[in-house]
Design a binder for this molecule. Structure first.
Ligand code: SF4
Ligand code: SF4
Length: 180
């Protein structure tokens, strides 16, 4: 199929009006106050729709596996078994969770798992506003059921200890100073 593009006007070609239109935003931003957050001493509160770390509720979960089916990259691993339990005086067959793991290092935070979860409130959700789970070891980002439920008890990142703080390298001044 042939796509017809409108012919540019001569004013667009010679006066570069589109370019100035873009630069208008650049100039506007140049004079806005700059904001530097001194993390980790200061922390910004993410927006309400921010998708951060998962949280899981064992008590709410009905072990239906819909979240695992909805996950497009299959990183939710669920094992269940059936159990006979007494509910309101009657014996009922219930599904009981044995395993609920998420390989968070591969997650793309699409929240399809949260959307698929039928419980109200959700048993798995990503609106915890937490982004502080970076790790030097990829294996730390595989979370099991207990870790997904209680990760907020992990200590928060407090910054590098003083002895590990970055030091100025010899010759660094010359490199960063440019003209010396
Ligand atoms: S948010 Fe992560 S775990 Fe959930 S469906 Fe998307 S990729 Fe899978
Ligand atoms: S988290 Fe929700 S969707 Fe996943 S197994 Fe539990 S109840 Fe089902």
């Amino acid at each position: 199929m042939r796509v017809e593009h409108p012919k540019p006007r001569w004013t667009d070609r010679f006066l570069l009006l589109d370019l100035f239109e873009g630069l208008k935003t650049t100039f506007y931003e140049l004079f806005q106050p700059k904001v530097t957050v001194r993390y980790p001493e200061e922390r910004l509160e993410p927006a309400d729709r921010f998708r951060g770390m998962f949280k899981f509720s064992y008590d709410r979960c009905i072990a239906c596996k819909l979240c695992a089916q909805a996950c497009p990259i299959d990183i939710i691993y669920i094992d269940v078994h059936d159990e006979q339990r007494e509910v309101d005086g009657k014996m009922k067959k219930l599904k009981v969770l044995d395993r609920y793991d998420i390989d968070v290092k591969r997650c793309m935070f699409c929240a399809l798992c949260e959307e698929a979860c039928p419980t109200k409130p959700k048993s798995i959700w990503l609106t915890t506003k937490t982004y502080e789970l970076a790790s030097y070891d990829r294996n730390d980002l595989y979370f099991n059921m207990q870790e997904l439920e209680y990760w907020d008890e992990r200590p928060r990142y407090t910054g590098l200890p003083e002895e590990n703080a970055p030091t100025q390298l010899e010759g660094q001044k010359m490199l960063t100073g440019g003209h010396e």
